[in-house]
Design a protein around this ligand. Sequence first.
Ligand SMILES: [Zn+2]
Length: 340
Amino acid sequence: MEVQSAGPIAGTDYPRNWTEFLDWFGSEEACLSYLERLRWPGGFVCPSCGSAGAPYRSSRSRLMCRDCGRQSTVTAGTIFDKTRTPLRVWLAAAWYLTNQKQGVSALGLQRVLGLGSYETAWTMLHRFRRAMVRPGRERLKGRVEVDETFLALTDRQQPISRVGRKNKTDRVLVVIAVEMLEPKGFGRIRLRRIADDSASCVIPFVREAVEPGADVRTDGSAAYRSLGALGYEHRRTVMLGSDVPAHVSMAGVHRVASLIKRWILGTHHGSVQPEHLDAYLNEFVFRFNRRTSASRGMLFYRLLQQAVVTEPVTYEDVVRNKPTSAKPKHILDGHPVVLG
Ligand SMILES: [Zn+2]
């Protein structure tokens, strides 16, 4: 049976404001109960055997399956797994991260939460960024503009060793897809860092990001030539002389490109390591696609909802840039999570 929830309610599913936040999340126990409800909205499902039914509780955090007897915790297998940082601090970080319109840098988060180390703040932000991609999200539809842009990144804040490194600026190519609404305005976006602007890089991106049948607009680049054969309505806009500026014919991608550049320069002071750019792009997409959300508390709710179904990563994993595999398993366990 498909369970369609009516949608989260402010004051019931997420705090309406900071005062309410403090009331709700005063203890580790309160944070655990909240995460448990998000992780198993239809009641506990054993991560080992998939059996449903109220578990034995040997302590506040330990849950034991009545069928297979295996123990688990609310946070095992989520981005909060084995963390030494209190959940109250994690939830405060999620609140701050989602309530700042432009997000927050690791240094900013360290200061506002009084965290002992920059690395802790940096790792928390990266874990949250992994949770910002929703497994099984729908592809873009309708009229979609696709184009590439270069981002200039400065490798300045090395979390492991700041010794002996010089700042260098890299130019990184990013491909952008933007839904164009009628009569005007933008819908959702997708972004990806790519090695070059060849068909082998841009075509797989379009296929993963855009629903076949969509009306895809690109520039005259030959890299997109096969889109028609792949089931897309493909329209190429060829620049006829230099008197037609690019931002006129591809308004969506140029607007989004300038917003990303401003965000990286503003919130992150241009200082993003190229190997971690995808994580920052995840965050940008998460924010952009929810920019019309009526309440910031809703973003907090969505972020935590995804955080409890996203695999944990360690600081070392993040540094090594291990690819994530978000686990849709808990969603498919008979408790569909309806996301915006
Ligand atoms: Zn079990």
